[in-house]
Write a protein that binds this ligand. Structure first.
Ligand code: DC
Length: 225
């Protein structure tokens, strides 16, 4: 029997990772956060003083570093850069921008694709990202396109950062989200867009619990639970 896959795409801060994690725990699926892979490469570029926009340098860097994704005993996804656990560090706002920039490079996307498809070949997965339903897993059993207004997404992200002890202004968070939206949707390589067969879910007005219920309904119908 083949493995099932659920693709969740959408812009930054729409709640993809929180919701995907909840669904995965509920269904016993593996949660795969593909943004973390791009973030690890973005961090590698920043550490080496390479501009994340410089295509040739970033592609060259891919051949010199080792990016690994592993699941800890806690069941959570950890990212390793040359053997070092960088799971926390890749959440920094500077790394978000670097990840968005490196992810616009077509050769980078091709290089990192196998890692993502390989996981879906070996597990039931809920995978979140920008191009999962359109490019990485076009045959996913369920596709969800998760959105919310930029204002609502910035508010949630701001709260998360403050809770983590990062002192940052709301306007900075909003500007960051808008800059990433623009780059992620306007790039030519696998831009963020809704797959034709995806179910669109707008979480602007919903509480987390309402969104979880909504997604569970969509997913249960789709994979026949
Ligand atoms: O989901 P995230 O915010 O952690 O992703 C970081 C960046 O990586 C995001 O700005 C766009 C990029 N990304 C992508 O291009 N494709 C994916 N499947 C996941 C993330």
């Amino acid at each position: 029997m083949g493995f099932k896959s659920i693709a969740i795409d959408g812009p930054s801060g729409a709640g993809k990772s929180t919701l995907a994690r909840r669904l995965a725990a509920h269904m016993g699926y593996l949660y795969v956060d593909t943004g973390a892979i791009y973030r690890t490469l973005g961090l590698a570029a920043l550490r080496r003083g390479i501009s994340p926009e410089e295509k040739d340098a970033v592609v060259g860097l891919l051949k010199q570093i080792d990016i690994d994704l592993r699941y800890g005993e806690d069941g959570l996804q950890h990212m390793y850069l040359d053997g070092e656990d960088v799971t926390q560090e890749i959440r920094r706002p500077q790394v978000s921008q670097a990840a968005s920039a490196v992810s616009a490079i077509a050769d980078v996307r091709a290089f990192l694709m196998d890692m993502q498809r390989d996981l879906a070949c070996r597990h039931n997965v809920i995978m979140d990202g920008r191009d999962i339903g359109t490019v990485v897993l076009p045959d996913a059993d369920v596709k969800i396109f998760l959105t919310a207004s930029a204002q609502a997404r910035a508010q949630r992200r701001h709260r998360e950062l403050l809770e983590r002890g990062e002192q940052v202004e709301f306007d900075t968070v909003l500007a960051d989200i808008q800059a990433r939206d623009k780059r992620d949707t306007e790039r030519s390589a696998a831009p963020l867009r809704q797959a034709a067969d995806a179910v669109a879910v707008d979480t602007t007005e919903n509480t987390l619990e309402e969104s979880v219920q909504r997604l569970l309904d969509v997913v249960k119908t789709g994979v026949g639970l």
